[in-house]
Every structure is written in structure tokens, then in C-alpha cells.
Design a protein around this ligand. Structure first.
Ligand code: C2E
Ligand code: MG
Ligand code: MG
Ligand code: MG
Length: 282
């Protein structure tokens, strides 16, 4: 009948396009069912220190193990949840499973953990009370938790945002500005944000080894970041040439990308933390 047919077509579309282009294919009710049945989890992508020659941090990335469509990425559900005001449900799930990763595995004990926050959450004092409690209960030092926000979040409604960010910072949490350099980067206001980390967007990193104009832009951004004493992470390193360029020029930079380590399930993570484990080709 029609319903079955629709399901099949949707499944075919998802398979053809990949999960990340299927933003509006899945109805909200189905997302709720997935949340109720515990089908959401976090995968973890390592962030490597060049000095320490190992992963020092992992980023939690939301995944949906869908019974019919398989593993779906955030593009299939994050926007819907944000728009409908339910992102807090998913974020709590991601936070809990990620904090458990830190406490239950000896090899994860000193890894920093990055959590992506949505705009709507910055006004949610109840969520942050909950977060502080979850971290305290597990006796995890808050400095081990890195909360990622994006530029548009940081610079819209600056007064309220600043208050929320300052509160977290005073509690000892680390704060990261994600996807930096992707949009209308506001270099002027950067110094007013209580952030501790800057994540350089992958549009700055992709092909950096041969993009001369971008090289000088990146150079300028990194110098500003150094002056502000921010830890900096390059995201989206997906080939050996960009890696070699960044390694040669910026030994302080922390590195993240498919070429070094893809997002993996928690059960696989421990074997991806060594810096030397990366594949010989992209
Ligand atoms: P993001 O925070 O910038 O995360 C990095 C994204 O880039 C991830 O996609 C990751 O898989 C991908 N990536 C990593 N290395 C490479 C690379 O070398 N090349 C390329 N092309 N891509 C790379 P993913 O997992 O699909 O997540 C997409 C976005 O969804 C994230 O971007 C983040 O903004 C959002 N997101 C993910 N998990 C959560 C969550 O729990 N809560 C919220 N609010 N947003 C989330
Ligand atoms: Mg992120
Ligand atoms: Mg990012
Ligand atoms: Mg990004």
C-alpha cells in the first residue's frame, strides 16, 4: 500500500543521497520514537596533539541507528529537533553517553570531550544546571569538557549569550568556537568571547597546501588566536598534503579529520587514538 511504498522510496532516496542530504525526509514523530527506543548515540572523532603524538580530545557527534535506514548523521535530524524545540532531549542523551565513556574506560580518563551545543540551549539554564550536576556526579573535572558553539550562536544576541558562556566558563568548563572562518567571521568581537579554543573550519583547511590566498588568511587567524592564547584545532583534514602543510607550519595546532581518524563508535575508539595509526593514503 501507499505507506509501504513511501517508506521504500524514502529508503532508496536516503541510500542514493547518503544520510546527510535527507534533512526533511524524516517526520518528527519518527524521531521521537527513535529517542524513546534509545536509537540515538554518539560517535567519537579524535583530535590529535602533534606534540603528544596521540589523541588528546574526542568530539561527540550524534548518530541515529535507524531500524530501517541504518546509521544516520545529524543532517537527518538536528535541524528538525532544533526547530521544534526538542534538541535538549537529544543533547542530554549525547552528554550522558559521552560522560560515561570517560568514566568507564581507563584509556579515556584524561581525554577532553567536545560536545556540540545548539543555539536554543544557551538560554536553557535548566539544561546547564543538569549538565553541571552530571559532570559533578561523575567527578569529572569540568576543564575536561569542551562545549562547542558556532559563530552565529556566539555573535547573535550577544548580551544573553555572554552571560550563559561566562557562567559555564566560571564553572571551569572549556568553551570552543566551532566552524571558525566559515561565515562572516567577526575578528573584532573574538576577543570579547570567553572561549578557550578555536576550531578552524574545514573550508579554510581543505586544499590549504596549494591555496595561497587561504594560506595567508589562515596565517593571520592563527596569529590572532595565539595572541588571545587560544588552543586551536584544524578540522576537516582529509588528505596527506594538507596534513603535511599544517604539520610543517603549525606544530602547536591540534588536528582533526577523516585522514587522521573518522568518527567511530565508542567500542572502536580506543584503537584510533594513536597518531601513527592513520592510513597510508586518504
Ligand atoms: P561539526 O561540529 O563541525 O562536526 C564536524 C563534522 O565534520 C562532522 O560531521 C564530521 O563527521 C565531519 N568531518 C570530520 N572530519 C572531516 C573531514 O576530514 N572531511 C569532511 N568532509 N568532513 C569531516 P557530522 O557528524 O555529520 O556532523 C555535522 C554537524 O552536525 C556537526 O558539525 C555539528 O554542527 C552537528 N552536530 C553533530 N552532533 C551534534 C550534537 O550532538 N548536537 C548538536 N547540537 N549538533 C551536533
Ligand atoms: Mg563541532
Ligand atoms: Mg566544526
Ligand atoms: Mg564544520
Amino acid at each position: 500500500e501507499v505507506d509501504t511504498l513511501l517508506r521504500e522510496v524514502r529508503q532508496l532516496l536516503l541510500q542514493r543521497q547518503g544520510p546527510d542530504t535527507a534533512e526533511h525526509a524524516i517526520p518528527l514523530s519518527e524521531i521521537f520514537t527513535g529517542l524513546a527506543h534509545n536509537q540515538f548515540c554518539a560517535h567519537f572523532q579524535p583530535i590529535y596533539s602533534q606534540h603528544e603524538h596521540r589523541a588528546v580530545q574526542v568530539e561527540a557527534l550524534a548518530r541515529w541507528q535507524h531500524p530501517a535506514y541504518g546509521l544516520l548523521g545529524p543532517a537527518s535530524f538536528i535541524d528538525r529537533l532544533e526547530h521544534e524545540g526538542f534538541i535538549v532531549l537529544l543533547t542530554r542523551r549525547i552528554v550522558q553517553t559521552s560522560l560515561d565513556l570517560l568514566t568507564r574506560n581507563p584509556w579515556a580518563q584524561d581525554l577532553r570531550l567536545s560536545i556540540n551545543l545548539s543555539r536554543g540551549l544557551l538560554d536553557d539554564a535548566e539544561f546547564f544546571d543538569w549538565l553541571i550536576k552530571e559532570v559533578e556526579e561523575r567527578q569529572i573535572p569540568p576543564r575536561q569538557i569542551v562545549l562547542e558553539i558556532t559563530e552565529t550562536m556566539a555573535f547573535s544576541n550577544l548580551g544573553n549569550t555572554l552571560a550563559a558562556l561566562l557562567r559555564l566558563r566560571m564553572r571551569g568548563f572549556e568553551l570552543s568556537l566551532d566552524d571558525f572562518g566559515a561565515g562572516h567571521t567577526n575578528l573584532e568581537q573574538l576577543k570579547d568571547l570567553p572561549i578557550t579554543e578555536l576550531k578552524l573550519d574545514r573550508t579554510l583547511i581543505k586544499n590549504i597546501h596549494q591555496a595561497h590566498r587561504t594560506q595567508s588568511i589562515l596565517d593571520g587567524i592563527i596569529r590572532i588566536g595565539q595572541q588571545l592564547q587560544l588552543r586551536m584545532v584544524a578540522e576537516g583534514i582529509d588528505n596527506p598534503h594538507d596534513l603535511a602543510y599544517l604539520q610543517g607550519r603549525y606544530p602547536e595546532l591540534e588536528l582533526q579529520g577523516f585522514y587522521l581518524g573518522r568518527p567511530v563508535a565508542s567500542s572502536e575508539l580506543s584503537s584510533h587514538l594513536g597518531y601513527g595509526n592513520r592510513p597510508a593514503s586518504a
